[in-house]
Write a protein that binds this ligand. Structure first.
Ligand code: ZN
Length: 354
């Protein structure tokens, strides 16, 4: 591509645009190469000859249950604090290469506890990566503990209580995995206890789920969340649009679905992001499970949204601004991030049309 090509110019602008990532699952950042290296050093047999074979397997996921099966298979390679550290550091370096200067990263302790990996290994690795990223990359990160919606609420509560010794290592809680019956009401007590502990609150409301409007209202009014992960179906109810705007709820949208795109899905998701922006809602673009979804990170995805919907450069800047506004940052850190964004935009005026 010619470097003076306006598309090349836009690509550079987006890749270096300072932004935050607020919806990424640490486990889902596992790239095929890292999976194979981790499995080998942990002495695990895998059925894959090489990274391409892992990618081929990832291409088989066409719905959430099949995706979760592959996901759980690949994260079976994570065993030790060193593994968690390596996984997180690989993500931080990759995210930084696409202009991300701050990340709030989900991790799912239940997925690891079920495999016999203790909380001490999880938190030990996460903390080492966070400190190392700050020191060696100048990259800031915090963690969000996620619970599995298809497991009993009592299990979530137990994990939350068992994590008390590492309370300073995570800033909030979330919910992921399939959006089952009883969500979100069944987690009301977990959220009340987390709130009392001073934790911040978010939850997934996945795209196109049954009873999605009721689930969004429950997230707001029963769980009392400050953000919704995905949240595109807010658009289904004008009153919900109004409430999300008035309460300044962050929507952490993620454009990619699986390793292989399903026709029309990127168009739907990117179009919804554009409409949420047009409604003045605090939506941002996020990578979700980039290692298992075609290695598309936030910069790549903002470009996809732009290419798919034709949004303006100002809209892309607004998406980045929203990521900082809805991040769970102390005020001084937020101001510093926004100042960095403003300085970047001021230094990169939009080229005049030829
Ligand atoms: Zn997610």
């Amino acid at each position: 591509m010619n470097p003076n090509d306006p598309r090349a110019e836009l690509r550079r602008f987006v890749m270096e645009l300072p932004k935050a990532e607020l919806h990424v699952h640490l486990e889902g950042t596992m790239e095929p190469e890292l999976y194979l290296a981790m499995a080998a050093r942990n002495g695990l047999a895998t059925p894959y000859a090489d990274a391409e074979a892992v990618r081929q397997r990832l291409r088989e996921a066409r719905d959430l249950p099949s995706f979760i099966r592959i996901y759980e298979e690949l994260i079976g390679a994570i065993r030790s604090a060193q593994d968690f550290r390596d996984l997180a550091m690989a993500f931080y370096a990759k995210a930084q290469s696409q202009g991300v200067i701050y990340a709030e990263v989900f991790f799912d302790p239940q997925l690891h506890l079920e495999r016999g990996v203790p909380l001490a290994a999880i938190f030990g690795g996460l903390e080492r990566a966070r400190l190392e990223a700050a020191q060696t990359l100048g990259f800031a990160a915090r963690y969000i503990m996620c619970f599995l919606r298809d497991r009993p609420a009592e299990d979530a509560l137990q994990v939350l209580r068992d994590s008390a010794p590492w309370r300073d290592e995570f800033i909030g809680i979330g919910l992921d995995n399939p959006e089952v019956d009883g969500f979100p009401q069944k987690f009301a007590a977990v959220y009340a206890e987390a709130r009392a502990m001073g934790l911040r609150l978010t939850t997934h409301c996945d795209v196109g789920q049954p009873n999605t409007v009721a689930h969004h209202w429950g997230a707001l009014d029963v769980l009392g969340v400050e953000r919704i992960d995905h949240g595109l179906n807010v658009l289904d109810d004008p009153k919900l649009v109004e409430a999300v705007r008035a309460r300044r709820i962050g929507l952490t949208a993620a454009p990619t679905l699986f390793y292989t795109d399903i026709p029309g899905r990127m168009e739907y998701r990117a179009g919804a992001i554009r409409r949420l922006l047009d409604e003045g809602l605090l939506v941002s673009v996020n990578s979700d499970d980039p290692g298992m979804k075609r290695s598309l990170y936030v910069g790549d995805l903002m470009l996809r949204v732009q290419q798919t919907t034709g949004v303006s450069r100002a809209a892309l800047v607004q998406l980045a601004r929203n990521s900082f506004v809805t991040a769970w940052l102390p005020d001084a850190e937020r101001e510093a991030c926004l100042a960095r964004l403003d300085a970047y935009v001021a230094a990169h005026p939009e080229p005049m049309p030829a």
